[in-house]
Design a protein around this ligand. Structure first.
Ligand code: SPV
Ligand code: MG
Length: 437
């Protein structure tokens, strides 16, 4: 009987290095490709460009591949135990760095199984990560960007979104990445906030900055990023207008719009009952949701209903009644908001909502109840966490301090340490320096 050779792959961008390793594997026996699923990848790397099924189609038709099976975990161990291969084959680029623990456990399990680990010299100059970087620098398409949010919600325990109000904050969210807790941690996408869009223009958050203006500025973020965007649609305006908003956002490749069930002059929710917060009737808001859903062209765009009951001082039961109705009207997700500091109303809502609805994504904006970690929020059933204003709120005190220092000292020398270096700002933006011949 032919020996079994296991080879784990993401196989998003095919290149000669991957063909080489398949050919090498085929010398030892039948090659089983463990194709990483979105779920296996999402907490470690950015999502592949191609879906699992698309990648599977490509890999299945490569000479030397006998079978393609899903690898649903970043670790190889579960699949090694399941398929009990005689060999596992891997590039030798996992001997140190963050992949080393993966390698160590593979050696241990293969020894247990009586199998062997084959390491193939890494093909320098052609690897998927550098190709992915090249592709990122080319940008994205509206369609690919829009689809990403649903894929991330399906693939991750919790999707991590940060507010962006300009191209620069977009670049931070796009590129910042840290290694922590054995994973590569990044933001998954951007929140286009009415509060910070308005505030950065020196205007109040009362829908005074109109859609045209907000989209004009959002374009700066779209131009320099590839990650998905969730748009704060405020009340959505009149239903007759909202249907046009949906189409506009969809055309731009925005993944989701969140609209809140309020009427009258919109006031920021974090005023809570200090401002008049009048909620729409369930019937009227359901009509707005279903009209928006009818207007959209793709299946990917999401309309998320934001429930303001807890903001308006009403009980969790009112929020639950609304959630049920909004989902029935077609909402693709529920955002539950509160300004309470202890978060217990949000927790109660989520746990009760999950008893009746296991799947509809829940979005939370933990600005006041930010003592909870993402893991805790996920354990309540929350799928998307939005850090809704933190880029602007952190920039403002930094700017005021710098300005104060200049006033106090009548020069900017003392502010040097508060500022990024000239060298850093000159090289920060990709493509700044033109190569001279
Ligand atoms: C925003 O960021 O504009 C929001 C969230 O709508 S909140 O400010 O908390 O209402
Ligand atoms: Mg808002």
């Amino acid at each position: 009987m032919a020996k079994k050779v296991y080879l784990g792959m993401i196989a998003d961008i095919m290149h000669p290095g991957l063909i080489n390793i398949i050919n090498q594997g085929a010398k030892y026996g039948d090659v089983i490709i463990g194709l990483f699923t979105d779920r296996a990848i999402a907490t470690h790397k950015r999502l592949p460009y191609l879906s699992y099924d698309q990648r599977k189609k490509v890999v299945e038709s490569i000479n030397g591949v006998s079978e393609v099976v899903p690898q649903d975990d970043w670790s190889y161990v579960p699949n090694l135990r399941k398929y009990k291969p005689d060999y596992i084959i891997h590039g030798d680029d996992w001997k140190d760095g963050k992949a080393k623990p993966l390698r160590d456990e593979v050696f241990k399990v293969m020894k247990e199984l009586g199998g062997e680990v084959i390491e193939i010299p890494y093909t320098y100059g052609i690897d998927s990560s550098s190709l992915a970087k090249e592709i990122d620098s080319l940008g994205t398409t509206p369609e690919a960007r829009m689809k990403k949010l649903r894929r991330l919600i399906n693939a991750k325990p919790i999707v991590r979104i940060l507010e962006s109000h300009c191209g620069l904050t977009g670049l931070i969210i796009e590129n910042l990445s840290i290694e922590a807790g054995g994973e590569t941690r990044q933001f998954d996408g951007m929140w286009s906030s009415s509060l910070t869009d308005s505030t950065s223009k020196g205007k109040p958050d009362i829908e005074a900055v109109d859609l045209t203006n907000r989209l004009h500025d959002l374009n700066d973020t779209l131009e320099v990023t590839t990650k998905p965007v969730i748009f704060d649609g405020d009340t959505g305006g009149k239903t007759e207008h909202f249907v046009f908003t949906v189409r506009t956002l969809e055309r731009l490749g925005i993944s989701a719009v969140i609209i809140e069930d309020k009427v009258g002059l919109k006031q920021n929710s974090l005023f809570g009952t200090d401002a008049q917060q009048t909620q729409a009737t369930i019937e009227d808001f359901c009509h707005k949701i279903s009209s928006g859903k009818e207007a959209q062209i793709t299946d990917d765009f999401m309309i998320i209903a934001r429930i303001e009951s807890l903001i308006a001082g009403k009980p969790v039961e009112d929020a639950l009644e609304r959630a049920t109705a909004y989902v029935k009207a077609g909402a693709d997700g529920i955002m539950i908001h509160s300004k309470n500091k202890d978060g217990m109303d949000i927790k109660e809502f989520c746990l009760k909502f999950r008893e009746q609805d296991k799947n509809t994504p829940i979005v939370a904006v933990p600005t006041t109840y930010n003592q909870f970690t993402e893991d805790e929020l996920a354990s309540w059933g929350i799928n998307v966490v939005i850090y809704a204003n933190h880029m602007l709120r952190s920039a403002y005190p930094a700017m005021v301090n710098c300005a104060k220092s200049i006033l106090e000292n009548k020069r900017s020398y003392e502010a040097n340490d508060m500022c990024m270096s000239i060298k850093e700002i000159l090289t920060l933006i990709p493509g700044t320096k033109k190569e001279t011949k």
